[in-house]
Design a protein around this ligand. Structure first.
Ligand code: NAP
Length: 349
């Protein structure tokens, strides 16, 4: 009989404690995964330090798992079987249930937020994909604006889903600000796989990563002239619709630069990972994405596995494995808090 352990977060601003946890069971449309690797996201640090999205303490956080299917829910069709290697997006963020947190040996994941991980991809690589993928689909393909948090609008760029076939040019240009981040680089991958022309903004040392993700052009935000360069690059695409900016950083500095770019390009979307600035000009549609949405289900179901198998979806940015064992969650959270560049922190469990 299997037994479970988790890295429990007992209250805000205290380190996780590894201890026994109830053995989860799969609801009708869920999988229980025996995790082999979990990833750390800045969200976990925000949740721990500020208690944002935490519904109840003690809690088990974490959004990214890779492992082996332990149990399949009664209504999950033949897509998954016990023993399959999978990646999945754990949604403690919205459910608040401890069994939906990744920082455990066993985690419940909705079947429509999971995909088979091809045999040639290690768990430690596959685990960088799930949360970033869901965020990227939400950034790109939501069609109806909603409200992410009270009074915070959700952006609706309405761009096509990524395609396994070479996508015909969409004749649309999108700027991805923070192109070397997990969410930014995944957004570039999915946007370019939908035929969108992506201009990325990152540090010069990460230009290669941005290009591997499909960015047509990359500019260094440390260069005092980068705003001019980005504007010029976006203007140089006659016949293209300029969609706007996906800001994967979401700080006052990036908002100020983004609004300057939008002003000079005649407006567009400012879709951010954080609440956007208030009082933006009328020609700017500003909103915050919320990375748990049914809009991602078709991408999970139809795209992720074949795209990974064919190398069309890359496990980027590359993982940095912090250690093996739930005790390393704490070490990884500390490292994440300090900030990373073009990598995702991963713990084997
Ligand atoms: N709203 C949602 O649903 C949602 C979902 C997921 C994540 N998020 C939030 O989105 C943010 C990004 O998450 P993540 O996991 O992608 O982060 P991450 O990978 O940890 O971000 C690190 C990257 O940020 C880049 N960066 C930092 N400052 C920058 C600047 N001024 N200009 C351009 N790039 C800059 C760095 O680029 P260089 O090293 O190249 O300088 C670095 O590669 C976090 O705050 C997270 O909480 C929100």
């Amino acid at each position: 009989m299997a037994s479970n352990k988790a890295a429990w977060l007992r209250e805000a601003n205290t380190p996780p404690e590894v201890g026994e946890a109830p053995m989860p069971t799969a609801g009708p449309n869920e999988l229980v995964i025996r995790n082999a690797a979990v990833a750390i996201n800045p969200l976990d640090c925000h949740m721990l330090s500020a208690g944002v999205f935490v519904k109840e303490w003690p809690a088990i956080f974490g959004c990214d798992v890779a492992g082996v299917v332990h149990e399949v829910g009664s209504d999950v069709s033949g897509r998954f079987n016990v023993g399959d290697r999978v990646i999945g997006h754990a949604i403690n963020l919205v459910s608040g249930r401890p069994q939906d947190g990744a920082f455990a040996l066993y985690t419940v994941v909705p079947a429509d937020k999971a995909a088979i991980l091809p045999a040639n991809i290690p768990f430690t690589e596959g685990v960088v994909v799930p949360f970033a993928l869901e965020a990227a689909v939400c950034a790109l393909s939501v069609t109806e604006p909603g409200t992410a948090l009270p009074n915070v609008p959700t952006p609706a760029l309405g761009l096509p889903y990524p395609s396994l076939e070479p996508a015909p040019p969409a004749n649309k240009t999108l700027i991805v600000y923070g192109g070397s981040s997990s969410v930014g680089s995944m957004t570039t991958q999915l946007a370019t796989a939908a035929g969108v022309h992506v201009i990325a903004i990152a540090s010069a040392r990460n230009f290669d990563l941005c290009r591997r993700c499909g960015a047509a052009e990359v500019f260094d935000y440390h260069d005092p002239a980068f705003v001019d360069q980005v504007v010029e690059a976006a203007t140089a695409k006659p016949g293209h619709e300029f969609v706007g900016i996906f800001d994967a950083v979401g700080t006052p500095e990036t908002y100020a630069n983004g609004l300057t770019v939008l002003d000079r390009l005649g407006g567009g979307h400012l879709a951010s990972v954080h609440p956007p600035p208030e009082n933006v000009p009328d020609n700017v549609k500003a909103g915050m994405i919320f990375a748990v949405d049914d809009v991602a289900a078709p991408v999970w179901r139809d795209y992720v596995t074949p795209a990974l198998r064919e190398g069309k979806l890359k496990c980027l940015p590359a993982p940095l494995v912090v250690g093996k064992g739930l005790e390393y969650i704490q070490v990884a959270l500390k490292r994440c808090e300090a900030g990373v560049s073009a990598t995702k922190l991963v713990v084997e469990v």
